[in-house]
Design a protein around this ligand. Sequence first.
Ligand code: GLV
Length: 328
Amino acid sequence: MQALQRIMKVFVTRRIPPEGLAVIKQSGVTLELWDSDEPVPRAELLKGISGAYGVVCLLSDKIDAEVLDAAGPNLKVISTMSVGYDHLSVEEIKKRGIRVGYTPDVLTDATAELTVSLLLATSRRLIEAAAEVKNGGWSSWKPLWMCGYQLSQSTVGIIGLGRIGLAIAHRLKPFGVKKFLYTGRQPRASAASEIEAEFVSLSKLAEESDFIVVSCALTSETLGMCNKDFFSKMKKTAIFINISRGVVVNQDDLYQALATGQIAAAGLDVTTPEPLPTSHPLLTLKNCVILPHIGSATYSTRNTMSVLTANNLLAGLRGEPMPSELQL
Ligand code: GLV
């Protein structure tokens, strides 16, 4: 394998698993690391990336024209440790001939597992019920207390039947789901046939689903897609789950839908902003379970993501095909 030169500086915007860092260190490049678990301040990002040939970033780092200008003409590769790339100004990157690596596939299983956990925690009211045990609200076994909704015999609607959406559906099927619906830019016949899912409009999906899982990418079409109109079409007994990006949902409209009983409950692994301020109205609702964007957070997946991110970076610096390159 071609040794890379020490004059090539690579900036890594956060502490990442040591497996990935080791791969970069062994390559011979000069590694500059923002050695913290917290995000790099913008000014430090602009400073750190200056003169870099490659950058390893996370979904919380906005890589836009200002950052690319600060990097200067050496920058050849951006390698993001995420499957989502809505934090990257793709047009600006493309204009400058910079290549982009990302981490699809390796986080699919972990994210699908988390989604099933969140869905069950929301529909069976686990967080609320566990709190009642601690706060003395558990007075006896009561027939009408802490009832939720079950997957068995249900209709599940998936918004975005990509890799992750399909993996979620496969895991939900054994719970006895009666029917899968899905929507997206276009039908995905092969994926849909695996779970016998029907391609429908967003409205029909909203109207007929007992559980709705948002697992689409953030694009100009999906931005704000789950809004007042969407929630008003949902069943009063339906559960809404979002593991995509917070801005796919209009949070004010979601709050209204939850607070007024328009829908039964929501589970969110993603919010706007992230972190969600602790004073946010959604956090006052018992029928809303909010997690801190932990879809891919298992030890093995994060290790694998870090190594793939490093290998994408190095392949890009060597001018070789990346293991996972985003086609710009
Ligand atoms: C997580 O949201 C990711 O994009 O990897």
